[in-house]
Ligand binder design. Sequence first.
Ligand SMILES: Cc1cc2nc3c(=O)[nH]c(=O)nc-3n(C[C@H](O)[C@H](O)[C@H](O)COP(=O)(O)OP(=O)(O)OC[C@H]3O[C@@H](n4cnc5c(N)ncnc54)[C@H](O)[C@@H]3O)c2cc1C
Length: 378
Amino acid sequence: MGMQVTPEGREFGLVAADGVNWGHGGSGEADFPPILPGSGAGWKRPRLTGPAPAATAKEVKQASLTMALTDAQQQEIAAARADQAQTRRPSVPALEAMLFEALPVLDHGFVRVIDYMGDDAAIVQAARVSYGRGTRAANEDRGLIRYLMRHRHSTPFEMCEIKYHVKLPIFVARQWIRHRTANVNEYSARYSILDREFYIPAPEHLAAQSASNRQGRGDVLQGAEAGRVLDLLREDATRNYDHYLEMLNEDDEGAARDENRQGLARELARMNLTLNAYTQWYWKTDLHNLLHFLSLRADAHAQYEIHVYADAMLKTVEAWVPMAFEAFRDYRMGAVTLSAQMIAILRRMLASEAVTQETSGLSKREWREMMDILGRKV
Ligand SMILES: Cc1cc2nc3c(=O)[nH]c(=O)nc-3n(C[C@H](O)[C@H](O)[C@H](O)COP(=O)(O)OP(=O)(O)OC[C@H]3O[C@@H](n4cnc5c(N)ncnc54)[C@H](O)[C@@H]3O)c2cc1C
């Protein structure tokens, strides 16, 4: 796999197609050596003292999960991790240890942190509009960050920025791109040829349509039905990808199939690809908007396939800004909104009144949601 040079002479993306790769951690992908956090000669933007944290057993296990990274891509990542720079800017050792590493998501996807600006202290510094770092005792900083989160004083959180490289199925990208406050640069399928990689759900995620929720999933498909669905997904993706290459007049190695054909433009041929083909982008946002994204996409209502990306990103946030992460977990992820009517009902319940849906004034759905919050059976 090589680098595609655009007409403007910029390196814009990777060309050529990999071999078919269907596995969920199967032996076919196990040839790639795992990249471990903290491996390589050093890490980017280090603190002036202190070694890189050693890889934990969990990280080793995670890194040994197979991913669709070619040897050349792994070498580029290793080279980036080997590069070091001295800086006066704040850096966070726990995130430095993750920098550039691909955290595996789904069967061929990943999330990796490319760069970041700021830390917990930067939130405090902005809130206090300080001349120096602005931090005081850790418990004061923590208290301030929690206060800011609790009262939705959001602008100090906007002072921290993070940039990710994400590889994700196109149908997940369509959900993700609805978040308008990030800066995005997507792999160009006008310039480059997409890899022969398609998301095929692991059997335990091959769910039936939910009977009660039109946006949700029900029980996991079993037996012959599950097998047939997997066959269809594979066959359709493969056939469409084969036709894509045929229209481009290229083979899997990028060579012309037929010297007498011109081949259809990449920007047109791509329309034949299935939505489970993988795309990639760089996605940069500030901490406030990232937390908003995560509150929606790491939520139980989010589709599994985007939820797992949000889960991987939560790990990076926890490493990056542990105090803000804790406040976010407590006041956003773990919090609920009660309407004025619900609070009135709660007061009646606390005064030992036996409130029912009929006497509550709430709709059946709202009542169900409120009882769910309170952990009561309807
Ligand atoms: C579980 C789930 C199901 C969904 N189902 C559907 C669906 O069926 N159909 C569908 O179309 N979408 C659906 N969505 C997408 C959803 O409606 C939002 O478009 C998406 O979550 C982005 O949210 P956002 O606008 O708050 O985020 P962002 O675009 O990141 O914006 C962040 C915040 O910035 C502000 N903002 C950004 N842009 C503007 C603007 N132009 N004007 C004013 N304020 C702005 C708003 O306060 C916004 O909340 C779903 C999302 C989820 C999480």
